[in-house]
Design a protein around this ligand. Structure first.
Ligand SMILES: C[S@@+](CC[C@H](N)C(=O)[O-])C[C@H]1O[C@@H](n2cnc3c(N)ncnc32)[C@H](O)[C@@H]1O
Length: 308
């Protein structure tokens, strides 16, 4: 209790944020900038993904949470997605992956058995399902559920992923989400890794999520998980999540070099419209759904203002 009071006094911005949260009429951009969300990393990642999608002419994105438990994160993701959709026009499909019986048994020291135990964080499906508005649950061990999910490819391009399955082994299996064709993703997918910062200093790069990230990056692949350099310096209220945010860069993505800085956002639609007959490269539609058809075409490497 005393720690909480001291921490709050040491960070007067948190008291101010508490008050601001309750004020009407604050724009989404400002709320994200000031971390006025219960999951500020989700809000930041989903807004950034939506901005990138807009600039690239992609109308619908997938948002994924690995590790649902009681559903606090997934419900927050739904609320944030609704806010971002209102502000940007980008729509979302939301997927929550979980094995529903809580954590499996740790396999070895890399699963941090000194922090976690089998059976922790059990789901309560009967309580959660009626509260979910749009999220789709994918139940089962991610080792079994992720490969067919990716193979089928029946989801809009992935824009944001939260990894919160605690173990090294489960995170390795969840990272198979990035094994699909590049058109199944934004060129830069925002990711949140929950178990990379611990108040008792128990995480390290030889175990847990940090090891899974390191091994992912050591592969001979053009896809890398990167922490945005000096990100916390850019935040009004530096916070632990600034260190938990990664971006999966797909350097081979056909749209990787497309111009997406903010000024591209309001210009790309008209440029794209004038280029109505411009041939690919574009993101391929999936599953024959109009939801997945690009809203604008954008040639690789061309600034949005080119061709005026
Ligand atoms: C800490 S909880 C998630 C909490 C949730 N993200 C939130 O913020 O409310 C971790 C969850 O990961 C799930 N999990 C761990 N390993 C898994 C695996 N191999 N396959 C599927 N789910 C797994 C567990 O069932 C558990 O519900």
């Amino acid at each position: 209790m005393l720690t909480t009071i001291v921490r709050t006094l040491a960070q007067p911005a948190s008291g101010l944020a508490y008050l601001l949260c309750r004020l009407p009429g604050i724009s989404l951009k400002t709320r994200v900038a000031l971390d006025l969300f219960d999951r500020p990393a989700y809000a930041y990642g989903i807004l950034q993904a939506a901005r990138q999608a807009r600039a690239l002419g992609i109308p619908v994105l997938s948002l994924i949470e690995f590790g649902v438990a009681k559903g606090a994160g997934l419900l927050a993701m739904e609320r944030i997605a609704a806010d971002v959709q209102r502000a940007t026009g980008v729509r979302f499909r939301i997927f929550g992956f979980d094995m529903s019986e809580g954590l499996p048994r740790p396999r070895d020291y890399r699963d941090l058995p000194y922090v976690y135990r089998g059976g922790f964080y059990r789901m309560d499906q009967a309580a959660l399902r009626p509260r979910l508005r749009r999220a789709e649950l994918v139940l089962g061990d991610v080792r079994e559920t992720v490969p067919p999910f990716v193979r089928t490819g029946a989801f809009p391009p992935v824009g944001f992923v939260s990894f919160d399955v605690d173990y090294y082994s489960s995170t390795v299996d969840a990272l198979a989400i990035f094994a699909g064709a590049s058109t199944r993703y934004l060129p830069r997918v925002f990711c949140y890794f929950d178990d990379t910062v611990h108040e008792s200093g128990l995480y390290n790069e030889y175990t847990g999520e940090l090891l899974a990230i390191r091994e992912f990056n050591e592969r001979d692949s053009p896809r890398k998980l990167c922490q945005p350099n000096g990100f916390w310096l850019t935040r009004v209220r530096p916070s632990a999540w600034n260190q938990q945010l990664y971006v999966c860069h797909l350097f081979e993505h056909p749209l990787y070099n497309a111009f997406v800085t903010p000024e591209a956002e309001h210009r790309v639609d008209s440029v794209a419209a004038r280029r109505g007959r411009t041939p690919p490269p574009t993101l391929a539609p999936v599953s024959g759904s109009p939801d997945h058809a690009p809203i604008a075409r954008h040639a690789v490497g061309e600034p949005a203002g080119a061709g005026r």
